[in-house]
Design a protein around this ligand. Structure first.
Ligand code: SF4
Length: 395
């Protein structure tokens, strides 16, 4: 268990096997760790997790099942608590739990069984795999077998947060109170458990939080780390915190409302030119944010030289499921994808006047561009209707 907990520090047995670390008061823990020689390695690993989460990367690059991993997990929880930012917590919990899922899928059956037991799940292991389902597609028989089965109540508890129809009890092989599952499917449920665990913090009392921060900031190393994460977030948050009013409607020509950066990529795709990875992600996330239907997004990619319908379908579905938001103008400029100057686009270059804010606003996000253009077009339409009505009255 000692080694297993190093790899999976969210296991309940952490408190029993590493009680010297886990039962410490958070203040005492942080002061001790951030004064020790571990601090440099830990800071590097923690920053790489935050960086990956803010960049939509779904992998913790230097994940290692060492002693530091336990410290790292506890520090992450403390940081999420004191950062007190739901968007950040969600991103970290998603990334960390996804990483856990990958780790679990690589693990041996013996370890998996120990993990399920530690989570107090009633899981049984058969020496020989049991066939629990057969499916025939185009004369090809697919056989599903597993060595694991889980008591249905425990299955329901774990699956309650996941809404996919195939996870419903009625869509699974249930026999004598046990659900037959492949470890991969069980691990996906554990992923959700880990995600929720990272998100669930004691109710935050703002006074207490302020006090705790002040105490923690007495350690300059911790304060630096906290501020570095906050700065990283400030640079990226526009990408995530954007609320869009404009949505796709079938039959409506939205192209006239698109900013030059998107126009350029769309015309390259239309001409069958190759697109770099960032351009592909940008266009996919952009159209997805406008709620373009799946088939229309896939069509955009259909003329690319390396188009593979199955692969594209998978990627589009995945992006829709994840709900990624497109890059902000700041990010697009850093990727050299902004075309405002080349196209001499007035809205991009000068911004727009906002009545509500009573001042000129800059375009900081391509979706804001779409919103403003939508608004301007609807005003033009209203005005031309009014003019037409006046003309009719006069004639
Ligand atoms: S300013 Fe923003 S919206 Fe306009 S072209 Fe540049 S990146 Fe695109």
């Amino acid at each position: 268990m000692f080694d297993l907990i190093k790899r999976y520090p969210w296991l309940p047995s952490l408190e029993e096997y590493y009680s010297d670390i886990s039962s410490k008061d958070p203040l005492e823990f942080i002061h001790e760790v951030f004064k020790s020689d571990k601090v440099g390695f830990l800071k590097k690993r923690i920053l790489s997790i935050f960086n990956a989460a803010f960049e939509n990367i779904e992998l913790i690059q230097d994940y290692a099942a060492d002693n530091l991993n336990i410290y790292l997990y506890i520090i992450l929880r403390i940081l999420l608590y004191v950062l007190d930012n739901k968007s950040i917590s969600n991103r970290i919990a998603n990334l960390y739990s996804k990483n856990t899922y990958n780790e679990l899928n690589e693990d041996r059956d013996y370890n998996l069984f120990k993990i399920y037991q530690d989570l107090n799940l009633e899981v049984k292991y058969e020496e020989e795999p049991i066939i629990y389902k057969k499916r025939v597609i185009k004369d090809q028989e697919e056989i599903f077998k597993t060595k694991f089965k889980i008591f249905f109540i425990d299955y329901l508890k774990l699956a309650s947060n996941l809404k996919d129809p195939y996870r419903k009890l009625v869509n699974n092989a249930l026999f004598e109170g046990y659900v037959y599952v492949k470890p991969k499917n069980l691990n996906r449920l554990i992923q959700e458990y880990v995600r929720i665990k990272l998100l669930t913090q004691k109710k935050i009392n703002l006074e207490r939080l302020k006090e705790l921060r002040e105490q923690l900031f007495k350690n300059p190393e911790f304060k630096d780390l906290f501020n570095e994460i906050k700065n990283l977030w400030e640079k990226k948050k526009e990408d995530f915190e954007y609320a869009l009013d404009t949505k796709y409607k079938r039959g409506k020509d939205m192209l006239k409302t698109f900013p030059p950066c998107i126009e350029e990529i769309l015309s390259k795709a239309e001409e069958g030119q190759n697109l770099i990875h960032i351009e592909r992600l940008y266009i996919l996330w952009f159209l997805n944010a406008l709620e373009y239907p799946e088939d229309e997004i896939i069509n955009v990619f259909s003329k690319l030289p390396d188009f593979d319908r199955e692969k594209t379908e998978y990627q589009v579905k995945y992006a829709i499921k994840k709900g990624y938001t497109p890059y902000s103008c700041k990010s697009l400029k850093s990727y050299n994808l902004c075309r405002a100057i080349e196209k001499n686009d007035e809205l991009c270059l000068k911004g727009y006047y906002s009545k509500t804010k009573e001042k000129q606003q800059e375009i900081y996000h391509p979706l804001r561009y779409v919103d403003v253009m939508e608004y301007r077009n609807s005003r033009k339409l209203k005005n031309s209707k009014k003019n037409l009505e006046k003309q009719n009255e006069g004639s």
